[in-house]
Write a protein that binds this ligand. Structure first.
Ligand code: PEP
Ligand code: MN
Length: 337
């Protein structure tokens, strides 16, 4: 249910109604819009709940939330959410660009990459320290040493750090070094991890599972929001289909679809979405044209030598070209990048 407050409702009235919601055994999420404040009341409601809230001070209306996800829904918040952390802004007319290697491999590799992507206009640095690899024999990441190198790259360049956390036990450690916690595709439905990153109060980049529906993605986001963490970015990174010409199939219709259903910003990952360097530039440009609020791109100083995902990494020159093309499209549709 949504408790819609009147335009002129006072902060005291909002606080009072949030307390009334909690007293009814429901969880209250106060959402400040530009026009008015609403309180999403989440949980099992009784028949008399609606009437009892509707008569409260400063309340204009009490309406049901029809979508199965609640706090993530557009019904609760009409204005787009912008996630802001350090150098990274994503959403509400601003396109954020998260770029860097698949994996942190060495001090030299991450620093050189951070400098190059920053010079080309990236607003955050990516790099995996804890890597979810299909094979246990593949490079598993530099773990805490990788996190330290990412923090050093932030120190030098000022770029916000986006890195993956794979288990709830490691959330505290990864959050200590990073600015955005990435939940990988393989973990999208790891509900204990979603709750843990929700409690960490750091922005989260939630990647779509390769076989997850849009509704499952939004319900996964709801787990994070329900812990009181409003800073969730959804990431379309491609799904598994019968098609084999690309590593995954990148469905860009999910961008406008998600914008229709949720206020959360949508980031697209053309690197994992295609799995081929030569396809990434056009799909990055297409993502911006489709309305993406952000891009996450794998960039490596020497893709041929990369310890993971070199075949889908851009070199610095290619990244610079992609940025120029994306910026032109962003400007054409009235967005800042
Ligand atoms: C990644 O971004 O490095 C990654 C492992 O992506 P995904 O979880 O989408 O496979
Ligand atoms: Mn990768």
């Amino acid at each position: 249910m949504i408790v819609v407050m009147e335009k002129g409702a006072t902060p005291e009235q909002v606080k009072h109604m949030a307390e009334r919601v909690e007293a009814l055994g429901l969880k209250a999420h106060v959402i400040q819009g530009t026009e008015r404040t609403v309180i999403a009341a989440i949980g099992e409601k009784r028949a008399e709940t609606k009437e009892s809230l509707a008569s409260g001070p400063g309340v204009e209306d009490v309406v049901p939330i029809l979508a199965p996800y609640k706090v993530a829904s557009r019904e609760v918040k009409k204005e787009p959410t912008q996630v802001c952390v350090g150098s990274l802004k994503v959403g509400a007319g601003i396109i954020g660009v998260i770029a860097g290697p698949c994996s942190v491999e060495s001090e030299e590799q991450i620093l050189v990459t951070a400098r190059a992507v920053k010079a080309a206009g990236a607003t955050a640095l990516r790099g995996g320290a804890f890597k979810p690899r299909t094979s246990p024999y593949s490079f598993q990441g530099m773990k805490e040493e990788g996190l330290r190198l990412l923090a050093a790259a932030r120190q030098e360049t000022g770029l916000a750090i986006v890195t993956e956390v794979m288990t709830s036990e490691e959330v505290e450690l990864v959050a200590r070094y990073s600015d955005v916690l990435q939940v990988g595709a393989r973990n999208m439905q790891n509900y204990r991890l979603l709750e843990a990153v929700g409690q960490a109060k750091k922005p989260v980049l939630l990647k779509r599972g390769p076989s997850a529906t849009m509704e499952e993605l939004l319900l996964a986001a709801e787990y994070i929001l329900n812990e009181g963490n409003p800073n969730v970015m959804l990431c379309e990174r491609g799904i598994r289909t019968y098609e084999a010409h690309t590593r995954f199939t990148l469905p860009l219709a999910s961008v406008p679809y998600l914008h229709h259903k949720t206020h959360l910003p949508v980031v697209v990952d053309p690197s994992h979405g295609t799995g081929h360097t030569y396809l990434i530039p056009d799909m990055a440009v297409a993502s911006v044209a489709a309305g993406a609020d952000g891009l996450i791109l794998e960039v490596h100083p020497n893709p041929e030598q990369a310890l993971s995902d070199g075949y889908q990494s851009l070199n610095f020159i290619q990244f610079n070209d992609v940025m120029a093309r994306c910026r032109a499209v962003a400007a054409a549709i009235g967005k800042k990048m």
